[in-house]
Write a protein that binds this ligand. Structure first.
Ligand code: NAD
Length: 520
């Protein structure tokens, strides 16, 4: 393929070869696990290989990340910010090449691949500013000549488990914030997207190694059974930040909670757009298209359900059918393409199973669905047709997340019915409403409105900015990452009381053997 050459040159420039070591503890470890072929979903070709890490390699990585933490936490926070500023700048230098690598490795279109690296750059910038703003509080004490304060301190080495679909940005959300907080990282990327992880680690380490801090961005590849399970059990990781399916999140939570560690979970979504009668339908159509078809429906925030008032349902359905007919599926690096391949054959099979269930449960497939056989170099890729389904809210499959471009269109009587259906799913990540009625819009954002972590008005469910806290409720796991005050999850809070008097008065006025009065 024409672009494979350029991406391979970039990988070589970073030191990534045909077969690579799969663990980094400040230096690349000669891993001895099984070799994994990394294939691009674009053509099915093998791009490179990785010798996976083992439990022994994990041990080396954990101890290096912990030892480096003991030194890294002593670096003043604004200086840690300076390292992150330089990491962000290196990402800027390589933005185009990294964006291509993301496209090649996970199949999202180049525009989205570039956007993902921009997100990593943006969060680096955010973290630099944050590094001067870990503000605590001072609190009035009830005791004379005492005062209280709250401080935020680094937590330790943070375990970061990432999903395949954002192979750079999810690590960056965690890494940039954790680094300025004074934490180090142990990253276990998805085995479906390990090359981007090698590239991001090499770029970040090239900044940190100058002062012996490269183990602050440690990496371990490996199987879930051997490496993943050992990682989540380990007490040297006081926080495990895990992004992926609800199934994975339940397991991680069970194990980490069992040792009373902290979890930050970013799990699956089942995101809906409510379209009311007074909506700007053209805006809604564009937002739904990006939400449902972007990243081939493989975003946690992908739009999966449209709940539309009956009076405008047919008009919306007709417009969606028109625009779906124009979607170009194919090579994600061709600027004319709107939808690339799914990640692998299992994802195609899972979409096909979902289509069978949709038919069995009485859904009507209006457009697309199923495997798309392409010719030429793309013949080995994992392409599907984006799919529109007229559905009912009581279909079981509508309540599940199928990680594929399947969109359920559900007619509703009114806002009240739409909201009830909207909230009646196990997941609670992202949501949106299209209306010109400020009362409905505000009701949707109120305590009795959307039950999701993200609720938007007149824009779609996906494509969040880094400045807000990102995450969702219910089966989505309750975690918050990225902007706002999400940094607090990566630090420990210390409350201190300072006595600058000569007596020892007790709180709540308790007398214990003396008067507690100042003898002077
Ligand atoms: P997945 O659950 O299959 O894998 C995610 C990660 O968890 C991988 O790195 C995997 O190796 C690891 N893992 C699995 N079992 C483990 C175990 N027992 N111990 C340790 N690690 C383990 O998910 P996926 O297919 O890569 O990604 C798709 C899912 O991720 C979707 O459900 C999507 O909604 C979700 N996702 C959520 C967000 C969010 O921010 N809420 C963002 C991206 C993706």
């Amino acid at each position: 393929m024409p672009y494979l050459g350029a991406t391979m040159d970039f990988l070589r420039e970073l030191g990534i070869e045909a077969l690579n070591d799969g663990a980094f503890d400040g230096a690349w470890i000669s891993t001895e696990g099984p070799a994994l072929d990394v294939r691009t979903p674009v053509t099915g070709e093998v791009v490179a290989g990785i010798r996976l890490g083992t439990a022994r390699d994990l041990e080396a990585v954990l101890s290096a990340a912990h030892d480096t933490f003991l030194r890294w936490r002593e670096v003043p926070a604004p200086l840690r910010g300076e390292y992150v500023r330089r990491i962000g700048n290196r990402l800027r230098e390589h933005k185009e090449a990294l964006g291509r690598l993301v496209s090649l490795e996970v199949g999202k279109i180049l525009e989205e691949g570039r956007g993902e690296i921009q997100e990593a750059i943006d969060i680096a910038d955010f973290a630099v500013g944050l590094s001067r703003q870990f503000h605590g509080r001072t609190i009035p004490s009830e005791r004379p000549r005492h005062h209280m304060r709250e401080s935020w301190h680094p937590l330790g080495a943070v375990g970061v488990i990432t999903a395949f679909n954002f192979p750079a940005a999810v690590w960056a959300w965690n890494a940039m914030i954790a680094l300025v907080c004074g934490d180090t990282l142990v990253w276990k990327p998805s085995l479906k997207a390990p090359l981007t992880a090698l590239a991001m680690t090499r770029i970040a380490a090239s900044v940190l190694e100058e002062d012996g801090f490269s183990a602050a961005v440690s990496l371990i590849t490996g199987t879930d059974d051997e490496v993943g399970e050992a990682m989540i059990r380990d007490r040297r990781l006081p926080l495990v930040s895990a992004t992926g399916s609800c199934r994975m999140g339940r397991r991680v939570h069970e194990v980490v909670a069992g040792r009373l560690g902290r979890c930050l979970l970013e799990l699956g979504g089942n995101n809906a757009v409510i379209v009311l009668e007074d909506a700007d339908l053209e805006m809604a159509v564009r937002a739904i298209l990006f939400g449902a078809v972007g990243t081939a429906g493989q975003r946690c925030t992908s739009t999966r359900r449209v709940l539309c008032e009956k009076s405008v349902f047919d008009a919306l359905e007709d417009r969606l059918l028109e625009v779906y007919a124009t979607i170009r599926v194919g090579d994600p690096l061709d600027e004319r393409t709107l939808m690339g391949p799914l990640i692998d054959e299992e994802a195609v099979a899972s979409m096909e199973r979902a289509l069978e269930r949709i038919r069995a449960e009485g859904g009507e497939i209006l457009f697309g669905g199923g495997r798309l056989e392409l010719e030429g170099p793309l013949a080995g890729g994992h392409y599907v047709r984006p799919c529109l389904v007229r559905a009912r809210a009581d279909m079981d499959i509508v309540k599940e997340e199928t990680f594929a471009p399947i969109l359920y269109l559900i007619p509703v009587e009114d806002y009240e019915e739409a909201l009830a259906i909207h909230n009646d799913v196990p997941q609670g990540l992202s949501s949106a409403i299209f209306t010109r009625d400020v009362r409905r819009a505000e009701a949707f954002l109120s305590a009795s409105g959307s039950d999701c972590g993200i609720a938007n008005v007149n824009l779609g469910t996906s494509g969040a900015e880094i400045g807000g806290a990102f995450g969702g409720e219910k089966d989505t796991g309750g975690g918050r990452e990225s902007g706002s005050d999400a940094w607090k999850a990566y630090m420990r809070r210390q409350t201190s009381t300072i006595n600058f008097g000569n007596a020892l008065p007790l709180a709540q006025g308790i007398r214990f053997g003396d008067s507690g009065e100042d003898p002077s």
